[in-house]
Design a protein around this ligand. Structure first.
Ligand code: PAF
Length: 262
């Protein structure tokens, strides 16, 4: 069984994960659960889009045969106090800005794995740090589950598909393409060997010039550990990942791309 965990409000990005799971597994299952523990009190848990009936129709059409829609108390029974924390990998980047996020994700994914016992599970590369955190918890807790990353699906202007893109107003949606454009430009310069601090600094400036209200981070890291990349020839040929989070009005967008220094 291949599992695709989701919080619903499905789009083509999720459906591509279902199709990937269907190529690798005999039976594809998905979960629909808006997980409260990964939201901070000031975040959008209450307003997160919920359209379960539509989601189930889309899942069925994409080849999913089992949909798990647990109640809150099935995931977090009364009196529950167990949480899963994945050390240093989860404390940087997204974890530094949203300190509750990865503990919430790790806690719910651990329960989904325990309840459903899949052979493999698929997560989108759009949430790249989340994918690495889930790989780490799967290894550390000894789940016999193969974790696959599905490529980010993008709109024609390059914007990574996300349920939260629905929050963007029309003008913001036009500006949002500046995020993937800045990352693509940065990747070219990183591959050419330019200094990481200059490249990331320029990418940050280009986002602010394009109308983004703030940039939480733009960082070029080792692709497997997310540790900072050194300078000079030691980084040549090492797989890297540039990761960014930035805000357009009240909407927070994240994205990432692979690069390799020559
Ligand atoms: O990526 C998501 O949609 C969520 O973080 C996940 C993995 C389903 C856990 O709630």
């Amino acid at each position: 069984m291949g599992l695709v965990p989701t919080m619903g409000a499905l789009h083509e990005g999720h459906l591509s994960l279902i199709r990937l799971a269907a190529r690798e597994a005999d039976v594809v299952a998905a979960s629909l659960f808006v997980n409260p523990t990964q939201f901070a009190a000031n975040e959008d848990f209450g307003s997160y889009p919920r359209r379960e009936a539509d989601d189930i129709g889309m899942l069925e059409a994409a080849g999913c045969r089992l949909v798990y829609c647990p109640q809150l108390t099935e995931i977090y029974p009364p009196g529950d106090s167990t949480r899963v924390r994945v050390g240093a990998l989860s404390e940087d980047l997204e974890g530094a800005i949203r300190p509750q996020f990865f503990e919430g994700v790790a806690s719910v994914v651990t329960r989904l794995f325990a309840h459903l016992g899949p052979d493999l599970a698929v997560f989108g590369e759009k949430d790249y740090q989340q994918l690495l955190v889930i790989r780490a918890l799967t290894r550390d807790l000894g789940f016999p589950i193969r974790i696959l990353g599905g490529p980010t699906q993008r709109d024609p202007d390059g914007l990574a598909m996300s349920s939260r893109n629905a929050y963007l107003g029309a003008a913001e949606r036009r500006q949002a393409g500046a995020l993937p454009a800045a990352l693509q430009q940065a990747c070219k310069r990183l591959a050419a060997g330019e200094a990481i601090s200059d490249v990331c600094g320029d990418a940050r400036s280009s986002l602010l010039s394009a109308g983004f209200s703030s940039v939480d981070y733009i960082e070029a890291r080792h692709a497997e550990t997310l540790s900072p990349m050194g300078t000079g020839s030691a980084t040549a040929g090492v797989p890297g990942r540039i990761l960014a989070a930035a805000r357009l009005g009240t909407t927070r967008l994240i994205d990432n791309l692979p690069f390799q220094r020559s």
